[in-house]
Ligand binder design. Structure first.
Ligand SMILES: NC(=O)c1ccc[n+]([C@@H]2O[C@H](COP(=O)([O-])OP(=O)(O)OC[C@H]3O[C@@H](n4cnc5c(N)ncnc54)[C@H](O)[C@@H]3O)[C@@H](O)[C@H]2O)c1
Ligand SMILES: [Fe+2]
Length: 418
């Protein structure tokens, strides 16, 4: 069986935040809100419109503002301890992917202090079929997510990534219980996003859409959303990048497009681009979106092969036809091309032009990663990428050697057949 899941409510429109928050009082009768955000956003007044509205509504609140990028388990435990003392009936996560993910883990620890974290973080192939019974969420607190970047889509996804600071291991959690109950997509929160964040998080959303479209679990529902999201990103990301603070329309379109991309991959999942980006980010501290951008062309070429060494599992069809699916994207974006191969070429060209417009460099080497170190650690990185849980939904099942070759191609910026 297939389904499509999304938060109960997704508020959208610039300026929607205060109106949406009213619902917490008027409809859900919430009394105690726990806000989770990062230090920068807190110190720069991003929580103010929330706390002012909560004061007006008579909802008491406490704020945890100690989330750092790539949040740690220690941080989530610290937040959960404070939650246990404060006993909120609503959690409000405000931020980019880091703060929203940290808040999701705090929510789990608050609702289920008895649950074994390692069991929850176990590997899966398809979260619709997993064996571990994830504990039921939402019995103590309702979860509201407000993104400030456009973006990770975490506000509408059942995923959270947390790092164990002692071992450096990243635990990806995936279960629909982790889906926020409400998302508030208000471009007022995005207006001041700096260029680096705008480009990295915007291209992250591009990769979410392309991976959702290629995924073996893509459906008509996820396709429609991902295509429209891509169209919006190609038009508005360069504008948001060039003139974000003065272009509310571009910011709003990007805010919506990123959340739509989140909906697409929340239901169709991702693929080997994210597998490789996760490890590239972890090994060399490259921002998540940039890491995806660097691998994207390689993955498109790899997936489009009509005679793969190995197919993905759990396929809903005998053959993924990924080349035709990328051609469909090119058609939707109006890129032209006389056949599917030409359309794929045009799609890759359009992605490269987009990356250039938003200041993303061409190769891994361009990001100053030392060649000797890269080659020395390549086997380990490729093995870890192979093992990443995103690999399972990729239409072409990669061999470790193929992942290695894609990394090499992306490092040097020249494509050799894999
Ligand atoms: N759960 C998911 O579904 C999912 C999906 C993709 C990525 N992620 C995770 O999300 C994280 C990346 O998230 P991100 O790209 O949103 O970055 P981020 O949350 O790490 O934020 C990056 C920096 O930008 C600042 N910032 C955020 N919004 C701002 C704004 N409006 N104005 C000015 N500064 C702002 C933050 O304070 C922070 O310093 C990674 O850890 C990644 O693993 C999660
Ligand atoms: Fe991503």
């Amino acid at each position: 069986m297939l389904w499509f899941r999304t938060p109960q409510k997704v508020y959208m429109k610039k300026g929607s935040l205060p109106v949406a928050l009213e619902e917490l009082k008027n409809y859900y009768n919430k009394k105690k809100a726990f806000i989770v955000t990062d230090t920068f956003l807190f110190e720069n007044g991003f929580t103010k419109p929330i706390t002012e509205k909560l004061d007006e509504l008579g909802i008491i609140h406490q704020t945890f503002s100690n989330v750092a990028p790539d949040p740690t388990l220690a941080c989530a435990k610290e937040g959960a301890t404070q939650m246990n003392e404060f006993k909120p009936d609503v959690i409000i996560a405000l931020g980019g992917g880091s703060a929203m993910d940290a808040a999701k883990i705090m929510w789990v620890l608050y609702e289920h202090p008895e649950a074994d974290f390692l069991d929850m973080a176990m590997r899966f192939c398809d979260i619709r079929k997993r064996i571990y019974e994830f504990p039921k969420m939402g019995e103590k607190a309702y979860f509201v997510a407000i993104p400030t970047s456009a973006g990770t889509g975490s506000e509408v996804t059942p995923f959270a990534v947390i790092t164990d600071e002692q071992t450096g291991v990243k635990y990806p959690l995936a279960d629909y219980e982790l889906l926020p109950n409400m998302a508030i997509v208000d471009a007022d929160m995005h207006m001041s996003a700096p260029k680096g964040l705008t480009s990295a998080s915007g291209i992250d959303a591009v990769s979410h859409n392309l991976e959702a479209i290629a995924s073996i679990m893509a459906t008509d529902y996820t396709d429609g959303i991902a295509l429209q999201s891509l169209k919006m990103i190609f038009e508005y990301l360069p504008k948001a990048y060039d003139n974000g603070p003065n272009d509310p329309e571009a910011r709003e379109k990007m805010a919506n497009a990123a959340t739509m991309a989140g909906m697409a991959f929340a239901n169709a999942f991702l693929g080997v681009c994210h597998s490789m980006a996760h490890k590239l980010g972890a090994f060399y501290h490259i921002p998540h979106g940039v890491a995806n951008a660097l691998m994207l062309d390689e993955v498109l070429l790899f997936n489009a092969s009509e005679v793969p060494t190995k197919m993905g599992t759990f396929s809903q069809y005998d053959h993924p036809h990924t080349l035709a699916r990328y051609a469909m994207v090119a058609d939707y974006l109006g890129l032209g091309g006389k056949d599917d191969e030409a359309k794929l070429k045009n799609l890759i060209k359009a992605i490269d032009e987009l990356k250039e417009k938003i200041g993303i460099k061409k190769t891994i080497a361009d990001y100053g990663i030392d060649e000797k170190e890269f080659l020395e650690r390549l086997d380990e990185m490729a093995e870890q990428a192979f093992d990443d849980q995103c690999t399972g939904a990729n239409p072409r099942y990669p061999l470790s050697s193929e992942i290695k070759q894609m990394y090499l191609n992306a490092y040097y910026g020249k494509h050799e057949e894999v």
